[in-house]
Design a protein around this ligand. Structure first.
Ligand SMILES: O=C(O)c1cccc(C(=O)CC[C@H]2O[C@@H](n3cnc4c(=O)[nH]cnc43)[C@H](O)[C@@H]2O)c1
Length: 234
């Protein structure tokens, strides 16, 4: 399994859930922290760098003859209120690129309406349900944005376009695109550090969110390690 976070503080929060000592594996384009049979990667902020880093890790694993069974995108996120309060955990049932497209006089057009690509990746249903049950996480759409929302108007616009959205972050769709290109299932787990809305960096509760991430992964170890994509029922 590969767990991809944006920054090293998030990677360390995930690592704190297991007792094993990690060693570094340096690859072209990515440095893995390997412990207890899984790899952790601080893949960078934003969908492009996250996709490039995860793609490097997936390619290296495939060339070694040991492909990953699962890629998990994990980290902190903004939560849409009141569905995802600060400190809560969100498990994505849909990983959606919210700003990939074009503006038109009639509104935003997703890239799919321009005839290109995709804007959504759906993690395996059964795994989403099991992870949510084990962690107490809320299940919903997690948006991937390249610009952190900073106004009530933008938050309302995103909610209108994505009524099922519980959280926004900046890497999920990039990680999912990389995993999808390798045919590997993907999951996104986010701990809410701040409300989505008017920018107020002083209101971010990063420590609480990182602690929630550690708590979640503490409950997930055996479930994720033993999950077999070939036994999926969905
Ligand atoms: O300053 C720190 O100590 C620190 C520790 C851990 C993480 C950070 C980050 O700034 C991570 C950036 C990361 O967080 C996601 N994020 C969090 N809130 C939002 C949001 O409201 N909208 C979009 N993204 C959000 C995002 O995935 C960033 O990559 C700092």
């Amino acid at each position: 399994m590969l767990v991809a976070t944006a920054v090293s503080a998030e990677r360390e929060a995930v690592a704190a859930a297991s007792s094993g000592t990690a060693h570094e594996v340096r690859l072209p384009g990515a440095t893995l922290h390997r412990a207890d049979g899984h790899d952790l990667l601080a893949a960078g902020v934003g969908p492009a760098l996250a996709a490039a880093s995860v793609s490097a890790a997936l390619t290296a694993a495939a060339l070694e003859g040991a492909p990953y069974r699962l890629v998990v995108c994990a980290g902190i996120a903004g939560g849409f209120q009141p569905g995802a309060p600060v400190g809560s955990l969100v498990v994505a049932d849909d990983i959606v690129a919210a700003d990939l497209g074009a503006e038109a006089p009639e509104g935003f057009l997703p890239v799919t309406e321009l005839g290109f690509g995709t804007v959504s990746h759906r993690p395996p249903d059964s795994l989403v349900r099991e992870v949510a049950a084990a962690t107490g996480g809320r299940v919903g759409t997690v948006l991937t944005v390249s610009t952190v929302t900073g106004s009530a108007a933008r938050a309302a616009e995103l909610r209108a376009r994505h009524p099922g959205a519980l959280a926004e972050a900046m890497e999920g769709f990039g990680v999912a695109e990389a995993a999808g290109a390798h045919g590997v299932p993907v999951l996104e787990i986010r701990a809410v550090s701040n409300p989505v809305g008017p920018r107020d960096r002083s209101a971010w509760r990063i420590g609480d969110a990182l602690a929630a991430l550690t708590g979640a992964f503490g409950k997930l170890g055996p479930l994720l390690e033993s999950w077999n994509p070939h036994e999926r029922t969905d």
